[in-house]
Design a protein around this ligand. Sequence first.
Ligand SMILES: [Mn+2]
Length: 332
Amino acid sequence: MPNKAVIEFIEKYDKFIITAHETPDGDALGSEYAMLLALRKLGKSARILNADPAPRKFAFIDANGDFEVLVKKSQIPDDIGRHGLFILDVNDINNIGQVATLVLPRVREYFIVDHHDSETVQLGQNHIEQNASSTCEILYLLFREMGLELDLPMAEALYMGILYDTGSFIYPKTTAVTFEIARELVSMGVNPNKTYVNVYESNSISSLVLMSKVLATLELHYDRHVAVQTMTQELLREAGASYEESDLLINIPLRSGDIRVSIFFKENTEGIKRCSMRSKGNIDVAAIAQSLGGGGHKTAAGFKCVRPFDVMKEEVLEMLHHYFDDESETSE
Ligand SMILES: [Mn+2]
């Protein structure tokens, strides 16, 4: 019973802090919020502390401003040593920002609930279900096993996470269970159109400008099977957009039937560089990410770039070479 350990962890503490990965997405925020409400329903005290702010398009589920960003030590409760910490939608503690240094060492224990592939050996207590579409899907099944009655705000949060992490029910880990859960959530009163409009049709004009500028950097490699896009901090500033508004731009090249890998080099306004990769079919981008200090799934992975983009680009393209051996290599 994989949920047994999570349930024991919940029973063990009266006070919890909940966190998720840096630059939290729909699943990170949806699962945090659903967990927050579930713990409060159980009579526990719970708080969300994140490394980065919640993008507006996901914050509509949070009526009371519970997505707190950890900026200074004074936000940490005095009795932190009596808290349990939930780490959601991530299993690498290097990816939870300052929560790793300010909160993690001070809590009594932590527990990870996640659906990403993991290479880390020492994870501590965890419930990682790599076949789940989303952390929200795992939490729905957990709450059901606990016999916890969901209210509408919890259902909306879970639905948002599932919607986001399945790309509106189309990504490979979308299963009959995913649809069964979505059906349950909609029958509880979740409005699919309202959720969709909030998540996908509430972007700013600057994000539209950003999209046009990023798309203009498109390069095609390996006989037009591999797309590379680059977003420097200058480009981000010119567009007047926020870094988070670039999160779905990597998917655009995949709309073309010929594209098998989409690579996106992106830099935030502080100059932190990342590379994200998406693939179709049998191309394992997680292996590439892992060899460069990152991680992820076979078809969706990424890593932090410590060297310049052009150097990293050459390296990543070289690692894709064996997939395209029979085809002529073209650099546009
Ligand atoms: Mn997720």
